[in-house]
Design a protein around this ligand. Structure first.
Ligand code: AHM
Ligand code: MG
Length: 336
């Protein structure tokens, strides 16, 4: 009967996306094929991350990436897997990865209508100690099918058709939006399938957690300083917020999405554009936040309205619960 130990009707991510796509008569399954290749990449990285300590996969690959940071072996491996999976899907034309200085243009025989921007393994400082890390991705469609260029991805985030992340944490979770809400899938390792476990995620309207690298406080601007001060010493009699900071954007944003609150990587004197990259960190997370009923703000405007000029451009970012982001927006507005 109903209380069976086994659920027999499993909503896998593929089935979920097929259902969604069937609402569009023109859809020919291209998106489903693209997504299943992204899912394959995530499963590979998940298994590699889980084995990392044992397999001695951790360690330097003897290369530095374009931001001059040390590139760990797992980063390289994850990047290779995603690039190959995306190219072989036959559904992509332009790929932008955090790990590659230049965009990848897919050869004409394998081209398709999608462009994918991604950070194959984000949270590099947490790799060696086994703390949660993740993959972040955003998907655009090509406007015209002649020679692909970086113009195909240098578009505002609100033109993305889908975005998501996969978190390699205490369980492996893939969170996805195709513009119809945010849905969370958990990897069942025995099946090797992502199963819908968190349908239609909505972020609480207001939260009681803030998430920021406070070690940078001496270099912050006025509004950020004031905001964090208010989190600790609220003036309106409300309780102080708790501080949580993993240092992996995926983990910090995931917690913010489920529990509410705010995640910030502001500008500071040393990094006037903040640290996080517009195309494959800020945009996908901003897309998910808005889809979940939250907001994402750059300190100047709605994050999804940014138009990047370079593929590895950075931007300050404040995202999370609607009311909490509203507060930081008011502080920046008062500055002007
Ligand atoms: P990475 O691409 O080198 O992993 O850097 C991105 C990460 C994000 O996951 C995280 O939000 C941020 O860097 C943390 O930065 P910091 O260590 O400066 O607080
Ligand atoms: Mg990154």
């Amino acid at each position: 009967h109903e209380a069976d130990a086994y659920r027999t009707d499993l909503m896998t991510i593929t089935r979920f996306v097929l259902n969604e796509q069937s609402k569009y008569p023109e859809s020919r399954g291209d998106f489903t094929i693209l997504l299943s290749n992204i899912v394959l990449g995530c499963k590979f990285v998940c298994s590699a991350v889980n084995k990392a300590g044992l397999a001695k996969l951790i360690g330097l690959a003897g290369d530095t990436n374009i931001q001059g940071e040390e590139q760990k072996k797992l980063d390289v491996l994850s990047n290779d897997v995603f690039i190959k999976a995306l190219v072989s899907s036959g559904r992509t034309s332009v790929l932008v990865s955090e790990e590659d200085e230049e965009a990848t243009f897919v050869e004409s025989s394998k081209r398709g209508k999608y462009c994918v921007v991604f950070d194959p393994l984000d949270g590099s400082s947490n790799i060696d100690c086994g703390v949660s890390i993740g993959t972040i991705f955003g998907i655009y469609t090509m406007e015209h099918s002649d020679e692909p260029t970086t113009k195909d991805v240098l578009k505002p985030g609100n033109e993305m058709v889908a975005a998501g992340y996969c978190m390699y944490g205490s369980s492996c979770m893939l969170v996805l939006s195709t513009g119809t809400g945010v849905h969370g899938f958990t990897l069942d390792p025995s099946l090797g399938e992502f199963i819908l476990t968190h349908p239609d995620i909505k972020i609480p309207k207001k939260g009681n957690i803030y998430s920021v690298n406070e070690g940078n406080a001496q270099n912050w601007d006025g509004p950020t300083t004031k905001y964090v001060e208010r989190c600790k010493y609220p003036k309106d009699g409300s309780p102080a917020k708790s501080l949580r900071y993993v240092g992996s954007m995926v983990a910090d944003v995931h917690r913010t999405l489920l529990y509410g609150g705010i995640f910030l990587y502001p500008a500071d004197k040393k990094s006037p554009n903040g640290k996080l990259r517009v195309l494959y960190e800020v945009f996908p997370m901003a897309f998910l936040m808005e889809q979940a009923g939250g907001q994402a703000f750059t300190g100047k405007k709605r994050a999804l309205d940014l138009v990047p000029k370079k593929i590895h451009e950075r931007s300050p970012i404040f995202l999370g619960s609607y009311d909490d982001v509203e507060e930081i927006k008011a502080l920046y507005a008062a500055e002007e």
